[in-house]
Ligand binder design. Structure first.
Ligand code: ATP
Length: 141
């Protein structure tokens, strides 16, 4: 398997689970958050970790973010940071920027600035669960 380089920015519930799974699968994964505690929690589940602000262009540059194959922007509480970070990543030429969106308006802006994949984890999981529920074989006694 060709190993890809991943970076995850924002280590909330979504970002940290993406990070852990990538690491578990043996990939190189850089974990980034502005919160030191979140970064410390993730050192065991990432190949590298860094405390940095997602909107700090220089900090992202010094982490070599443009060399990563995939960058996941997992900040949705602060829409402004999510948008600015995505913009910077696309300007840097990162090929695959996957972004967690909070709502439809957030999604529309992300589309305009070139996010490569936009995810709505709660909605997407709700759909998958409903599909699983309806595909279960129900035994009627
Ligand atoms: P969850 O995945 O838990 O649902 P969320 O989508 O609600 O989280 P936030 O609460 O906004 O997202 O943030 C997720 C993580 O992103 C937090 O750990 C937070 O510290 C981090 N974060 C927020 N803003 C920035 C920023 N500008 N730079 C770096 N990390 C940030």
């Amino acid at each position: 398997m060709v190993k890809k380089q991943f970076a995850v920015i924002g280590l909330g519930r979504f970002g940290s689970s993406v990070c852990k799974e990538l690491y578990k699968q043996g990939h190189q994964v850089l974990a980034i958050d502005s919160n030191e505690e979140k970064v410390n929690e993730m050192t065991r589940y990432s190949t590298h970790s860094a405390i940095a602000n997602a909107t700090d262009e220089k900090a992202l540059q010094s982490l070599g973010i443009r060399n990563f194959d995939y960058v996941v922007v997992a900040i949705s509480g602060d829409i402004q940071s999510s948008i600015l970070c995505t913009l910077v990543l696309k300007e840097f030429g990162v090929e695959n920027v996957w972004v967690k969106a909070q709502n439809y308006y957030h999604q529309r802006v992300l589309e305009k600035i070139g996010a490569d994949r936009i995810v709505h984890p709660e909605q997407d999981m709700g759909i998958r669960i409903a599909q699983h529920l309806t595909s279960e074989k129900i035994v009627d006694y």
